[in-house]
Design a protein around this ligand. Structure first.
Ligand code: FNR
Length: 344
């Protein structure tokens, strides 16, 4: 019998594809680099490597948390793991909570490690999970890190969602007791400086601000509700760019990761210039896999990396720290946001 949770995982995939938009609304079009005509660099000089604590990554992009928990998403996870292996990028799975409740679906996550034994794999669980569940999730895939997601609007729109959000105690103890890096992430609603401060105070060393402008879980869950739509929440949250601006005061205190509406190599390069040390991409990779297959998705990722390197060449920045020292021009809307929020 298919459980309600497994069915939900399949629905999330089909709705993310249904609503997929190749155009980002995450605010990247409100940022510009200043062109410099004589960069004094060659493409071969570009080093895209980065780290998440002790984890060394050759490329600053990874497959963001999406699937697992059903027969269909097991196949997707296997394909995504093959894509990650072939391109050399890291991969997060979707929430493993379903597999901690029901052993029979654990294989839909275990298959990721079986497929890519030496790859970089991130676990994923809700912030409602306690330390023992977080440890079990990491053990299930022998993961290199764990993502803990926060997603209050999504839960409130889901009729079967959580209604209690006393999360900081769990986050603090997971951060303290897990041996691997812990990443606290949003799911596309973005973060404020106040939220980031709470996480920094809890000792969190990696924060993925996952902003608005790409996949919208308020839209997906509203569609699943079928009645009593809460579509007034569809525009809730800070865009990825606004969230990165909110994160500016914390760049020296915690590792910033960006996701949400990263659709082009230029979006990814701008996110890094705003302080992100790596970038998660979710729906574009899933869309490419489902519509075009594995081979084309490998090509899509390799082209994406090449595109990032090309832009870094044009900018004359040979590595991520040089890219992060580049100043961006902000639109007047963004300047107004910065001033109203009292951001540096
Ligand atoms: C997600 N996302 C997600 N995030 C998370 O932390 N745990 C999860 O289980 C899921 N599940 C999930 C399923 C599907 C089908 C999609 C498309 C996404 C959210 C994801 O990791 C990311 O934060 C957002 O999708 C924003 O990135 P994109 O899609 O705009 O690149």
């Amino acid at each position: 019998m298919v459980s309600i949770q497994s069915h939900r995982k399949d629905e999330h995939v089909s709705l993310a594809i249904k609503f997929y938009n190749k155009t980002s609304h995450a605010g990247f079009d409100q940022l510009r680099f200043v062109h410099q005509g004589i960069p004094e660099i060659s493409l071969d000089d570009i080093d895209t490597s980065t780290t998440i604590e002790n984890i060394k990554m050759d490329f600053p992009i990874y497959i963001e948390a999406m699937t697992g928990g059903s027969e269909y998403t097991k196949k997707l996870n296997q394909k995504l793991a093959r894509i990650a292996k072939s391109t050399g990028i890291a991969m997060a799975t979707g929430s493993q909570s379903v597999a901690l409740k029901d052993d029979s679906v654990a294989s839909s996550f275990e298959i990721v490690r079986e497929t890519n034994p030496n790859g970089i794999v991130f676990s994923n669980l809700s912030a409602s999970a306690d330390v023992s569940r977080a440890k079990a999730a990491v053990k299930m895939m022998n993961s290199d890190a764990i993502e803990i997601h926060i997603n209050t609007p999504q839960e409130m729109i889901m009729p079967e969602g959580d209604r209690e959000f006393n999360w900081i105690k769990n986050i603090k103890s997971i951060q303290e007791e897990l041996a691997c890096p812990v990443i606290v992430k949003e799911v596309g609603f973005g973060m404020s400086k106040e939220t980031i401060q709470q996480l920094v105070d809890a000792g969190v060393k990696n924060i993925n601000i996952s902003g608005k402008g790409g996949t919208s879980f308020s839209k997906i869950e509203n569609y699943r509700r079928k009645k009593q739509e809460m579509d007034y929440l569809e525009d809730w949250g800070q865009t990825t760019v606004e969230s990165l601006l909110e994160a500016q005061p914390f760049k020296d205190k915690t590792n910033i990761i960006a996701s949400g509406g990263i659709r082009t190599p230029l979006d990814a390069v701008k996110a890094i210039a705003l302080g992100a040390n790596s970038v998660g991409i979710a729906a574009p990779i899933l869309y490419s896999l489902i519509k075009n297959g594995e081979e084309e998705t490998i090509e899509f990722i390799n082209d994406f990396i090449y595109g990032m390197k090309s832009i870094m060449t044009v900018l004359g920045t040979k590595n991520l720290s040089e890219l992060q020292s580049k100043k961006l021009i902000l639109s007047s809307d963004l300047l107004s946001y910065v001033s109203q929020r009292g951001l540096p």
